[in-house]
Design a protein around this ligand. Sequence first.
Ligand code: GLN
Length: 324
Amino acid sequence: MADTANQGDLETVSSSLLTVINDLHTKYKSLQEGIVANYIPELAKVNPDLFSICIATVDGQVYEVGDIKQLFTIQSISKVFSYGLALEDHGRDYVLTRVGVEPTGDAFNAIILDERSKRPYNPMVNAGAIATTSLIKGSGATERLNRLLDMFHRYIGHDVFVDISVFTSERSTGHRNRAMAHLMLNFGMIDQNIEEALDLYFQQCAVMVNCRDLAIMAATLANGGINPITGEQAVEKTYIKDILSVMYTCGMYNFAGEWAYKVGIPAKSGVCGGIMAVVPNKMGIAVFSPPLDIRGNSVRGVKVCEELSQRLGLHLFDCSGCRE
Ligand code: GLN
């Protein structure tokens, strides 16, 4: 009897999740605000009309709508995962000596370090992400890249590749990132080989994913680090709270406060137009739509997540279900 009731509940939840994302896709398809990132020349070529939404639950259900198979480069969303790997490689105390956990209120590409500690503010902005990536262990560039790609495999459940044209495009134009790396080298926040660290950072940003992959990666974080489809442990459970905390406070850059206030779940965006959000113990959400607002967040992505959070009651501090 109880089983039948649960089954009924599950079916209701499933059909409502699909209905909600279908609704949102139809509603925001015609929204024509924002511009596609063009400071990395290869990114400027993307079709601005591409639009997909995907939800993956911690019990392995996947709901999707739109251009779900379309591949794009993961960009800054990769910062979440390399932070997890750096934590596994060194532990949180050491990583904290190299990268802080304070929101900046500044743009993702601001060339700033904490005045007193000389650390980059947090791992979700470029400076912090470059420092984080420089911590990935390995006996050489190839081994470090392979460790990163293996990590992505665990989160996604299949092999991933670096888009060479986006990688080389960013490598040859990423002067701001190079400037940050030099500044951090000056203060001893990253080690000697900054070109190797930058290459690995540009490569991790150029890893190809689709919207479904992103939702499964988010669901893996929601599920204590275990990929809900393959059952594989992608990251040690002990680091999930560190990862989700910095996503919550810093993942949407200088929109992080408003995002926390309105949407209320940890998330990370990238200049590819992807947003990945994590509802702990419940689901991962991904939206892909390339046109960005002035802070570098997907315009449709933000709208969809705001409304999804409201309609599904996802805000972590929502008390409408609390006892009277
Ligand atoms: N690769 C991009 C950069 O370093 C990532 C930025 C982003 O997605 N916000 O500028």
